[in-house]
Design a protein around this ligand. Structure first.
Ligand SMILES: Nc1nc2c(ncn2[C@@H]2O[C@H](COP(=O)(O)OP(=O)(O)OP(=O)(O)O)[C@@H](O)[C@H]2O)c(=O)[nH]1
Ligand SMILES: [Mg+2]
Length: 386
């Protein structure tokens, strides 16, 4: 059996951040890490500090970390932030003395590694590879410089290292270009397929939302499929489609489920997932699934809205679907009123994908909205199997 990774989590908290929020952030980090099987969390450090330019956690903590890495035989250090590659490089170099195989990950590395575990299609795999190469690149050159100049006897013989670094960079760039070309081919196919659907007057709806909101559970209900549902983050990575029969108009529409969103996703990462997100970008209607039982609901709604804006969704209609209503513990009437006031533009729907509550009403809303969005042409023709 493969040996488990021994990992330490470092959560660096802005001293101005409220203590409760800091604890919640840490919980999300723990959830993220737990998704990654084969990892033992050996230690967690939550450090309140302003980020240090060189090491992020500060030189004192970095030294402390060196001892922990040695004592507890740690092989992965995860920093819960998105940091400059030079910082990760510096930390790796400091910890190298105790464990030459040490890996220092930031939040993006962690998310990418989780993505890697769940990616099934060639498209998703390629997107992750490219994102990983882009994210790791600068660190690799940095470590390369150190490695080669060490080999060459250190200071004064930098020239040899530099030549090698140039070679490495060129090789790296070529690799990324090749992968991009492969991905572009697949993306073009994907786009052609979407165009064909439109030409056949086929409508589509896409399920989006924060990770773990219950998107796949709703997808399964609507399409009668059996995709994996799990209480973990990023279970779904690819985009899958099914069909939903709309009873009053006696027609089918395509429903797709895709990757969930999370806070602090850098734009570069979102961009590299554009191919997978294509279904959502071009859908006639988006169902934004929200976990109403989550205390951080409002913040998560905002995060999803921001990402939808960043990927430039072209849907003319977004419906807010408040899920897990069965698990809501507060004053039900009050929250319903609040949501209806605040999000009236998005025709809030209240459902439970577990108990089926509200699904019929949601389908009614979808039918009504599709009619408005797509127009009457759609009702009169169209081949369902292009
Ligand atoms: N109580 C309750 N739990 C639900 C409901 N819908 C989904 N869940 C649970 O929420 C968890 C996440 O469900 P998924 O459908 O996998 O969520 P997702 O949004 O697809 O998650 P990712 O693909 O990981 O982003 C699972 O444990 C589900 O059983 C609901 O209506 N009520
Ligand atoms: Mg899912």
């Amino acid at each position: 059996m493969k040996k488990a990774h021994r990992i330490i989590l470092i959560d660096v908290v802005d001293p101005h951040l409220h203590k409760e929020d800091a604890i919640k952030n840490l919980e999300e980090l723990k959830l993220l890490v737990e998704t990654y099987k084969g990892i033992d969390v050996i230690d967690i450090i939550q450090h309140r500090t302003h980020p240090d330019k060189a090491t992020f956690i500060g030189s004192g903590k970095a030294l402390e970390l060196t001892d922990i890495v040695a004592d507890k035989k740690i092989n992965i250090v995860v920093v819960n932030a998105i940091v400059n590659p030079s910082v990760l490089f510096n930390l790796t170099q400091i910890l190298w003395t105790k464990n030459p195989d040490i890996q220092v990950w930031d939040r993006v590395d962690l998310i990418l590694n989780i993505f890697d575990l769940h990616a099934h299609t060639t498209e998703a795999k390629l997107q992750i590879e490219i994102a990983q190469m882009q994210h790791m690149g600068p660190r690799m050159y940095g470590l390369g410089v150190t490695y080669f100049s060490r080999q060459a006897g250190g200071i004064g013989t930098k020239g040899i290292g530099e030549t090698n670094i140039e070679l490495m960079k060129r090789h790296w760039r070529d690799q990324i270009r090749k992968k991009r070309e492969e991905l572009e081919k697949i993306s073009r196919q994907h786009l052609i397929q979407l165009e064909r659907r439109k030409n056949n007057n086929l409508t589509s709806i896409s399920i989006v939302g924060y990770t773990n909101a219950g998107k796949t559970s709703l997808f399964n209900l609507l399409t009668k499929k059996k995709k994996i549902v799990e209480n973990a983050l990023f279970v779904t990575l690819d985009s899958v489609s099914g069909r939903l029969y709309l009873p009053t108009i006696k027609k089918e529409t395509i429903v797709s489920d895709t990757i969930g969103f999370i806070r602090d996703l850098p734009s570069s990462l979102i961009n590299s997932f554009k191919s997978t997100l294509m279904e959502s970008i071009h859908a006639d209607i988006l169902l934004h699934v929200i976990d109403i039982s989550d205390p951080k609901m409002n913040e998560k709604i905002e995060i999803v809205e921001k990402i939808l804006y960043e990927i430039r969704v072209q849907s003319k209609r977004i419906i807010y679907v408040f899920n897990k209503i069965d698990a809501y513990e507060g004053d039900g009437k009050k929250i319903l009123k609040e949501i209806n006031n605040k999000y009236s533009y998005f025709s809030p729907q209240f459902i439970s994908a577990t108990t089926n509550y509200g699904i019929k009403k949601l389908i009614n809303e979808i039918e009504k909205d599709l009619k408005n969005v797509v127009g009457t042409k759609w009702w009169t023709g169209g081949d369902l199997n292009p």
